[in-house]
Ligand binder design. Structure first.
Ligand code: GTP
Ligand code: MG
Length: 370
């Protein structure tokens, strides 16, 4: 059964805890402010104090949180969200850096300095692609553990001089479990010992049949170092994205995922939000996990302040009361009272399920080594 502490009940009614304790004493029951009472008793007390009670259940919270489903006619195309995975040292970061350097129009910001855990590039055809940087891994895993989806496509980087390795296989398994299509980037083809064909053959034993071997997994030979074939890789992403027909309704309160979060000196809690639906705006009341706040500033991936962010757009969000966690789902809610209701409910649930959280932690830890 649901329970609540006397203190919490008092807070919600904006009464002093001692008044509730006095009330309960009439029945001869002695209580401390930290005691828990069941929800039926809490309701009785609340009504006795002249409040209207609305019970918040999990379904209620989640339904209110997720909001209504979108109508088909409100959906418009959105940029694909791509996560780069692969074995250690196979060139994930180099590949991201190379792609970004070649495709970020950054004259306004004067170079690529900002690291917000996710960024968007516009390729020459005008198509936008959103990348989740390495910290996104944790989010990817956490989200998957909760049955939600952050990424539309995985680029699996395999070094041509090293071949398929344990973390390559883990990444394959993750992408498959999440039912996310994989694009193979055979990297480091500039190296003397490179053997791209061996990579293709090795992938076969993990049920990945690449296009050139008659399968349907796109594979591109690249060199992050020499910036070879990056356009072809991005074209493959665009091609794959077309098949997925990715759409979202930009015209609704925003929701999405927190891909990175931290506490920064002078700035307070900062979360990088990847908007999945709707448009996030300055002044919105946002809830993420058990954190909430009014959006005080939005900063895009090239470090500029912005007023809003639509589907597939990553932005830094300032204004949270505490730092959310990477992997938390976020949503804009109608008002502060609603935000409090949801975060308090979640905080209670979180305390109840600390054991489960521990499990998730270790899973994340494991996956962070990917
Ligand atoms: P972790 O984040 O540690 O898992 O590594 P990573 O996959 O991000 O690899 P990273 O980009 O750090 O590259 C590892 C090493 O490989 C670096 O020394 C890179 O310079 C080198 N490297 C990456 N791409 C290429 C490439 O295309 N050719 C060559 N020759 N070296 C590369
Ligand atoms: Mg790296």
């Amino acid at each position: 059964p649901d329970v609540i502490t006397i203190q919490e009940l008092a807070n919600r009614m904006a009464e002093r805890g001692v008044e509730i304790i006095k009330y309960l004493m009439k029945d001869g029951a002695m209580h401390k402010i930290t005691d828990v009472i069941d929800s039926d008793t809490a309701q009785l007390i609340a009504e006795e104090f002249g409040h209207t009670v609305r019970r918040v259940s999990e379904a209620d919270v989640e339904e209110g949180f997720i909001g209504e489903k979108d109508n088909e006619e409100d959906l418009v195309p959105r940029a694909p969200v791509v996560t780069i995975m692969g074995h250690v040292d196979h060139g994930k970061t180099s590949l991201l850096d190379a792609v970004r350097a070649a495709n970020v129009v950054s004259q306004e910001a004067g170079g690529i300095t900002q690291h917000i855990g996710a960024y968007q590039v516009t390729i020459p055809s005008g198509q936008k692609i959103t990348f989740i940087d390495t910290p996104g891994h944790a989010a990817f895993t956490a989200m998957r553990a909760r049955g939600a989806k952050v990424t539309d496509i995985v680029i699996l980087v395999v070094a041509a001089d090293d071949g398929v390795k344990p973390q390559t296989i883990e990444a394959i398994n993750h992408a498959k479990a999440a039912e996310v299509p994989i694009i193979i980037a055979i990297n480091k083809i500039d190296k003397p010992g490179a053997d791209p064909q061996r990579v293709r053959t090795e992938l076969l034993s993990h049920e990945i049949v690449v296009e050139s071997m008659g399968g349907d997994t796109l594979e591109i030979e690249v060199s992050a170092l020499k910036r070879t074939n990056l356009d072809a890789l991005l074209e493959a992403v665009v091609l794959q994205a077309e098949v997925l027909e990715l759409k979202a309704n930009p015209d609704r309160p925003a929701d999405g995922v927190v891909v990175e979060a931290k506490l920064e000196r002078g700035r307070g809690p900062v979360g990088t939000a990847l908007v999945q639906r709707g448009t996030l705006r300055l002044g919105d009341i946002i809830v993420a996990g058990s954190a909430w706040g009014r959006v005080r500033a939005l900063i895009n991936d090239v470090g500029e302040h912005t007023k809003e962010a639509g589907p597939s757009v990553p932005v830094e969000v300032l204004g949270f009361d505490t730092a959310p966690e990477a992997g938390d789902q976020f949503a804009v809610v109608e008002n502060e009272a609603r935000a409090r209701e949801i975060t308090e409910y979640r905080e209670r649930e979180r305390r109840k399920t600390l054991a489960v959280a521990g499990q998730r932690g270790s899973l994340e830890q494991m996956m962070n080594q990917l």
